[in-house]
Design a protein around this ligand. Structure first.
Ligand SMILES: Cc1cc2nc3c(=O)[nH]c(=O)nc-3n(C[C@H](O)[C@H](O)[C@H](O)COP(=O)(O)OP(=O)(O)OC[C@H]3O[C@@H](n4cnc5c(N)ncnc54)[C@H](O)[C@@H]3O)c2cc1C
Length: 283
């Protein structure tokens, strides 16, 4: 099947891009095209205008700002994967990046595109929810910031307005420990279950923690019962085993042709245990 007819524009500024989006409710942003183009080809989406962001300046930087690493929406998965700044300041992104598809797709697909797409199986949505990232959005009326807790509101659904553009994402660099775990049938496939975990640790006690799950659930979700168990506990094997049991009991997994809900429930428990063991070791 071929895509339905659409108009293509390649604006040279954010204002121009916002103008196109604001003047046609069926216009859509195009970034790396690695999710949108297949949807067009299958006619699961039929926008009237594609607003290509590739020539819009100011969306391509990775910067160290205010205890956070700020990543431009047009930065590719591969640039994140190979960034020395990312590896040093927010290593969970380097760990997760290598699980996204294959190098060819990582070279075209973008950080902002994946975040905006809000795929429940996406590595970035799962990680950004765990770390408590902030999304920076620009609309015709101005700029606003949305915390990850309020951004991912459902499967393939974010709280962005149709005429807004995601410009950057700020990833807090303040966590002491980080872990990303994924189970997939083979390398490069979408995962069957993803778990991202971060913690602050003082005197061998976890003082704060956030844990999220993707792919095994209908929408990226925090495992709040696991977070409650972790806070005040020692990052040790005993805590990891208890956290795994709580995750197994509390997660609400999906069931599909790739795996039953019981299978995914156990997978999430195993990944949570691995994640907490990695937090223990200071990954
Ligand atoms: C074979 C294959 C395997 C893949 N495997 C994985 C995988 O394992 N894990 C994974 O996470 N992804 C996977 N992907 C998807 C890939 O990561 C995409 O790059 C990503 O989901 C979308 O990024 P993009 O830049 O390609 O966005 P696009 O496809 O251009 O856009 C995606 C959506 O986001 C919107 N959008 C894009 N940028 C913005 C913006 N700045 N502001 C507002 N809206 C915006 C678009 O309008 C569109 O609705 C795979 C893709 C393919 C083709």
């Amino acid at each position: 099947m071929k895509a339905a007819k659409f108009k293509y524009v390649a604006p040279r500024s954010l204002e121009e891009a916002l103008g196109h989006l604001g003047s046609d409710p069926d216009a859509k942003v195009l970034s790396g095209g690695q999710s949108l183009m297949p949807l067009l080809a299958m006619r699961l989406a039929a926008p009237s205008v594609l607003v290509d962001l590739q020539h819009v300046p100011g969306l391509n930087a990775i910067e160290d700002i205010d205890n956070a690493v700020r990543i431009g929406a047009r930065v590719t998965h591969r640039a994140v994967e190979h960034s020395e700044l990312v590896a040093r300041r927010v290593p969970i992104l380097s760990l997760a990046a290598r699980h996204i598809a294959h190098p060819q797709i990582r070279s075209r697909g973008t950080f902002g595109g994946s975040t905006a797409h809000a795929d429940p199986s996406g590595e970035w949505p799962t990680v950004l929810l765990a770390v408590g990232a902030t999304m920076h959005l620009q609309g015709a009326a101005g700029r606003r910031d949305v915390h990850a807790d309020d951004f991912f509101v459902g499967p393939f659904t974010s709280s962005m307005e149709p005429a807004e553009i995601l410009t950057q994402v700020s990833v807090p660099a303040t966590w002491d420990r980080w872990s990303f775990q994924e189970a997939a049938v083979k390398a490069g496939d979408y995962g069957l279950a993803l778990v991202a975990a971060v913690a602050s640790v003082e005197n061998d006690t976890i003082t704060d923690a956030r844990v999220s799950v993707g792919a095994a659930v209908g929408s990226v979700t925090r495992l709040r019962e696991v977070e409650q168990l972790l806070i005040g506990a020692a990052p040790d094997l005993n805590t990891a085993e208890r956290a795994a049991r709580v995750a197994t009991d509390s997660v609400k997994p999906i069931s599909d042709i790739h795996g039953s809900s019981d299978y995914r429930r156990n997978l999430v428990g195993s990944l949570v245990k691995r994640a907490i063991v990695e937090l223990k070791n200071g990954a």
